[in-house]
Write a protein of this length. Structure first.
Length: 64
């Protein structure tokens, strides 16, 4: 699962996201999903989420 489908991402999941300021470098930030911010079913760059620590970014990887 790569985080492009909204149905694959649920609150409480452990994920790696790319923050807006890290999009050029591709640096990933790890955390636990608090809220789903993307309303559409899919997004080509990943579903936008808010982590429990307040950081916002797009899901690049779901950690099993």
């Amino acid at each position: 699962m790569n985080g492009k489908n909204r149905t694959d991402v649920q609150p409480g999941m452990h994920v790696k996201i790319v923050l807006k300021e890290d999009q050029r470098t591709g640096k990933l930030t790890e955390g636990v999903v608090k809220d789903l911010l993307t309303k559409s079913a899919t997004h080509p760059h990943g579903i936008k989420v808010r982590l429990e620590d307040g950081q916002v970014g797009r899901v690049k990887e779901i950690i099993g």
